[in-house]
Structures are given as C-alpha cells and as structure tokens.
Design a protein around this ligand. Structure first.
Ligand SMILES: Nc1ncnc2c1ncn2[C@@H]1O[C@H](COP(=O)(O)OP(=O)(O)OP(=O)(O)O)[C@@H](O)[C@H]1O
Ligand SMILES: [Mg+2]
Length: 101
C-alpha cells in the first residue's frame, strides 16, 4: 500500500538548509496500522506531508496505492489526495465560528 525508498527531504529555513529526512525506507501493507513515534523535530510530520503528496521530496521514491507520486503534477497530486488520503493535521485550523454542519 505504501512503499518509501531512500527518501530525502531538505527545506531551507532561516539558518540555511535543513536536511529533515535522510534516507527513509518504509513499507506498509494494506490493512496494517502503523504508528510513527519519535522526539519533537524528528521529522514525523514532514514524513506524513511527503507521504500524502503535500510536500515534494528532494530525493527517493514514494509509492502509495500503486501511484508513484513523482510522476504527478500539482493537479494530479490533488486528485490523488482526494481519492486516497485523509489527514487530521497537527494544527488543524478549525474555524471557531462555524460548526461541521
Ligand atoms: N518549512 C520548514 N522549513 C525549514 N525547516 C522545517 C520546516 N518544517 C519543519 N522544519 C524542521 O524540520 C524538522 C522536523 O520537523 P517536523 O515538524 O517534521 O517534526 P515532528 O517530528 O513532526 O515534530 P513534533 O513531534 O514536534 O510534531 C524540525 O527541525 C523543524 O524545525
Ligand atoms: Mg509533528
């Protein structure tokens, strides 16, 4: 279901480039439930952003549900997310004046 190979992701912060993910390999089968744990700043959110097609990796392969995310443009990534991804964000930015209804 999920196959990640040698994933690297670097972003440029105020103090210069930050190599956040440095060679992640991960395989998750359909039906498996996985928790990712690690200290604050370890890169858990960044990994999930890459896995869900919200952040482009610097290098490596991400395949989800048979789709290689590298081959998708922005519109393709949006369609991929609509079809395959559901996320509750760490900062979920709910609008306090509105209800779900
Ligand atoms: N847009 C960005 N630009 C530069 N550096 C970033 C950016 N986003 C995250 N980082 C850095 O990348 C590292 C990993 O951040 P990330 O948010 O993925 O960690 P985390 O494991 O989810 O942490 P937490 O447990 O606090 O949620 C941190 O050092 C963070 O400061
Ligand atoms: Mg996080």
């Amino acid at each position: 279901m999920v196959e990640i190979k040698d994933l690297h992701l670097s972003l440029v912060g105020g103090a210069g480039p930050v190599n956040i993910l440095r060679g992640i390999d991960l395989q998750i089968e359909a039906g498996q439930t996985v928790s990712i744990v690690g200290p604050s700043g370890a890169g858990k959110t960044t990994l999930l952003m890459a896995l869900s097609g919200l952040e482009r990796p610097t290098d490596g392969i991400i395949q989800v549900a048979g789709v290689n995310l590298h081959q998708l443009n922005e519109d393709g990534l949006a369609r991929f997310r609509r079809r395959h991804i559901g996320i509750v964000f760490q900062s979920f930015h709910l609008v306090p004046t509105m209800t779900a209804l």
